[in-house]
Design a protein around this ligand. Structure first.
Ligand code: FAD
Length: 258
């Protein structure tokens, strides 16, 4: 079964074509040459992408067993957050401000500051069985997962922390409200991608309807009707200028799907 997805509406940056996406309804390997999408909050999809797949609603669930939380790969961060709040679970507060599905969160090791999705993780469920956290290479906004995450199992502790909500809300205040795919680049060791982009004169710089945000330079925003080419042009420009001036090779956080 397929589902028609308009990436100019579905993706957080509101760029991309209308594509029939294959719906994965039972555990299986990713079809050959397919790219797997989650909520498309970290993607820049080209006008001519490879075949795409996504998990069906069947993988949108949460349940608790003793001190273990089981979450399906298609479950949205907002739903995980609300569940944790309701059940007085701590460690997932940042999900109030971080868009994504469980699979995308795990693959990217998404998080805010020191709170990241791997912190409470025990194991992930894949077509080849469970894989323990200890057996997955992971770090800052990185994992080497090359398979579909169908489910994740977390160890939970009680004590939902309301104070953290205020901290995360404050962090979001200096981020743009225009559509984006989150941070374009990872922060290089000991520095900030936003500072570097600003230092090479690209804060607020526009190409067509895409620009590096005036609010925070590491956010590439869509001012309405931006094209894939414009967004890609800006990403390459920032990489080039930062390398020329500082010999720092910025690494993309956003994933370009071509
Ligand atoms: C406004 C905004 C703010 C953001 N702030 C942050 C932030 O503070 N911190 C942060 O870490 N991120 C942030 N992001 C980025 C984004 O929220 C995360 O990367 C999130 O994890 C993406 O999840 P997704 O489901 O949308 O994945 P997608 O963007 O659809 O995909 C991302 C990657 O995950 C893979 N993937 C998706 N589903 C699965 C699955 N089931 N199994 C295996 N791989 C899968 C995809 O193949 C792709 O490689 C922000 C994004 C936006 C738009």
């Amino acid at each position: 079964m397929t589902k028609s997805i308009d990436f100019s509406k579905y993706s957080s940056i509101k760029i991309g074509p209308v594509v029939d996406v294959f719906l994965i309804d039972e555990m299986q390997p990713l079809p050959k040459n397919h790219f797997l999408i989650g909520g498309a909050n970290n993607l820049l999809v080209s006008d001519n992408p490879p075949p795409l797949s996504m998990l069906s609603k069947k993988f949108d669930y949460l349940h608790l067993e003793d001190d273990r939380l089981f979450v399906g790969g298609a479950t949205k961060s907002g739903r995980i957050f609300s569940y944790c709040k309701k059940h007085n679970i701590k460690g997932f507060e940042y999900l109030s401000k971080l868009p994504g599905t469980l699979g995308g969160l795990i693959k990217m090791n998404a998080g805010m500051k020191d709170d990241e999705i791997f912190n409470n993780l025990i194991k992930i469920k894949t077509v080849d069985g469970y894989i323990l956290k200890e057996d997955i290479n992971h770090g800052y906004r990185f994992t080497d997962i090359e398979t579909i995450v169908y489910e994740a199992v977390f160890k939970i502790e009680r004590g939902f922390d309301k104070e953290k909500l205020a901290i995360f809300a404050k962090m979001r205040k200096n981020q743009p409200s225009l559509p984006s795919a989150g941070s374009v680049f990872k922060n290089p060791d000991g520095d900030y991608a936003g500072r570097l982009i600003e230092a090479v004169g690209l804060k607020g710089y526009k190409k067509g309807r895409a620009s590096f945000s005036e609010v925070h330079a590491n956010f590439l925003v869509n001012e309405g009707g931006a094209s894939f080419e414009d967004a890609l042009f800006l990403i390459e420009l920032a990489k080039k200028r930062v390398f020329e001036k500082y010999s720092i090779l910025l690494e993309k956080e956003v994933i370009i799907v071509t």
